[in-house]
Write a protein that binds this ligand. Structure first.
Ligand code: PGA
Length: 248
């Protein structure tokens, strides 16, 4: 059975002091349950968060990593460096990285493979633009991303990947996909994964929805059969909001 998985994505928000204050407040509100919880924070906050969440069961995620083991890549951080400080997950291929930092399915795929090799669990983001949806091409677009991003990932490793479906038009816009739109795409992603890996494995892969998830719409989204979790941006910045989503 797939466990619900709620992850916060802080993007480029919060200093280490602010991260520690968040963790302290969030731990007071948090009731451990079957729901997996993680916070994806900027690199410089990962260590502090790891310490602040110690013993709580709340996991820590990076928002990016490089695919090489090491090398002359100024400004980059490797999977092994993240693993060394106990980082559990890494968001890979977020649309903001694809849009502003020229990430392609090829680099996303290399990162997914390296994360798995290093023992970091990928949260692999996919999702179409408004233009693609308006043209009715969203399924073909997301299918191509999934096939390219999972290239060379073994069936056993595929189960460790969380797919986050984030339609770009719903990110930070307040315009959430309807539960039906989100469900339809998450079900389609599972079909594509079943085609690649077989139904048994596709049934084990966690698929999140992301894009303007808020306390007010989380439970309706989580009620959908193929939506196993949420990747939450803006609403993960305040403990009181994020806890409501975690306790959906
Ligand atoms: P949002 O961001 O919840 O602020 O729309 C989601 C994301 O980018 O992961």
């Amino acid at each position: 059975m797939r466990k619900p998985f709620i992850a916060g994505n802080w993007k480029m928000y919060k200093t280490a002091e602010q991260a520690k204050a968040f963790a302290e407040e969030f731990r007071k509100l948090y009731k451990p349950s079957d729901v997996r919880v993680a916070i994806a924070a900027p690199f410089t906050q990962l260590w502090a968060l790891k310490e602040a969440f110690a013993g709580s069961g709340i996991a820590v995620a990076a928002q990016n990593m490089h695919w090489a083991d090491e090398g002359a890549y100024t400004g980059e951080v490797s999977a092994a460096m993240l693993r060394e400080i106990g980082v559990d997950y890494c968001v890979i291929g977020h649309s903001e990285r694809r849009q502003y930092f020229a990430e392609t399915d090829e680099t996303v795929n290399k990162k997914v493979l390296k994360a798995l090799e290093a023992g970091i669990l990928p949260i692999l983001c996919c999702g179409e633009s408004l233009q693609t949806r308006d043209a009715g091409e969203q399924n073909a677009f997301v299918e191509a991303q999934i096939r390219a991003d999972f290239a060379g990932v073994s069936p056993e490793d595929a189960k460790k990947v969380t797919v986050a479906y984030e339609p770009i038009w719903a990110i930070g816009t307040g315009r959430t996909a309807s539960p039906q739109q989100a469900q339809d795409m998450c079900a389609y992603i599972r079909e594509v994964l079943a085609d690649i890996y077989g139904e048994d494995i596709s049934e084990e892969i966690t698929i999140q929805y992301g894009g303007s998830v808020k306390p007010a719409n989380a439970s309706e989204l989580m009620d959908q059969p193929d939506i196993d979790g949420a990747l939450v941006g803006g609403a993960s910045l305040k403990p009181a909001d994020f806890i409501e989503i975690v306790h959906f």
